[in-house]
Design a protein around this ligand. Structure first.
Ligand SMILES: Nc1ncnc2c1ncn2[C@@H]1O[C@H](COP(=O)(O)OP(=O)(O)OP(=O)(O)O)[C@@H](O)[C@H]1O
Length: 261
């Protein structure tokens, strides 16, 4: 049973159909790319998967430990709780909070104390807060941000803000991670480093990853499969080699000489 099953997903905005009958499946542990020209509908697919938009039609089914859950129509926080986390094309951190608090707040999705014990500051509250602080620091160490835990997010260099956004997404303990253009704005050295990091976190956190990316060196290097969108329609699906040599994809998006990894 796939981890995620998307069936005939459609989203129209008035007269414009941004996504039409998109079906895709992600197996547990896969690292899959979603590519296509500007305006093809990639971010709209992410917004549908995370509850920012309600689909016009179609279904999104997440399978967790053998139980299927329909996600379409759920609010973003319910979808996050179900195990889907994301980053954004334009970084959306809590810019006026510290690096530590950005991650700590995301961890609170999984708190194990009730409102009453928090109000009364019972031992269970203190135990849980300690656990959250330790787990937050552990994540910051992984992303080499522990030395900057007290800095405001807005003061981090761009590349580190992108890392912090991924750390914050992981703090919600997802089974599916959606990365929207994680390499945008990065130089080649930063992109190479990010490529390794994405591979590594997949193993470490037992994740399934779907990523949107225009940097074909990254996509072709780490994705096992790739879906290609054009004008809201899936025009191809396959391995990096199949996509590289797909005539329709070359015409719509890649051009003749792209994609050597
Ligand atoms: N909220 C909205 N209201 C109206 N139209 C929208 C909305 N969101 C997206 N669109 C339209 O849907 C289409 C797909 O946009 P989308 O942002 O999903 O493309 P994309 O593939 O992510 O592009 P890019 O690579 O440039 O980020 C575009 O024509 C866009 O203008």
């Amino acid at each position: 049973m796939p981890l995620l099953k998307v069936h005939k997903l459609t989203k129209s905005f008035g007269g414009l159909t941004a996504v039409l009958n998109v079906s895709m499946e992600l197996k547990q542990g896969e690292l899959v790319g979603l590519i296509g020209p500007n305006g093809a509908g990639k971010t709209t697919v992410f917004n549908l998967l995370t509850g920012v938009y309600v689909p016009t039609s179609g279904s999104i089914i997440l399978n967790k430990a053998g139980a299927e859950q329909e996600l379409q129509g759920l609010k973003p926080h319910r979808i996050c709780k179900a195990g889907v986390a994301r980053t954004f094309q334009n970084i959306r951190l809590f810019k006026d909070l510290t690096v530590f608090d950005n991650v700590r707040i995301a961890m609170h999705k999984n708190v194990r104390y009730g409102l009453l014990s928090s109000f009364l500051h019972l031992p269970s509250y203190h135990r849980e807060e300690k656990r959250i602080s330790e787990a937050t620091m552990e994540l910051l160490r992984i992303f080499k941000l522990d030395g900057k835990k007290d800095e405001y997010a807005k003061n981090l260099p761009y590349g580190e803000q992108r890392h912090l956004e991924i750390a914050r997404a992981l703090a919600t303990n997802p089974s599916l991670l959606l990365l929207d253009e994680p390499a945008a704005g990065m130089n080649p050295a930063e992109t190479a480093q990010l490529t390794e990091l994405i591979k590594w976190i997949r193993e470490k956190f037992n994740l399934t990853i779907l990523l949107i990316e225009h940097d074909m060196s990254l996509v072709m290097k780490i994705c096992e499969r790739i879906y290609v969108l054009d004008y809201g329609i899936l025009i191809a699906e396959g391995t990096p080699d199949e996509i590289r040599s797909n005539k329709r994809v070359i015409e719509a998006y890649l051009g003749e000489d792209v994609g050597d990894a």
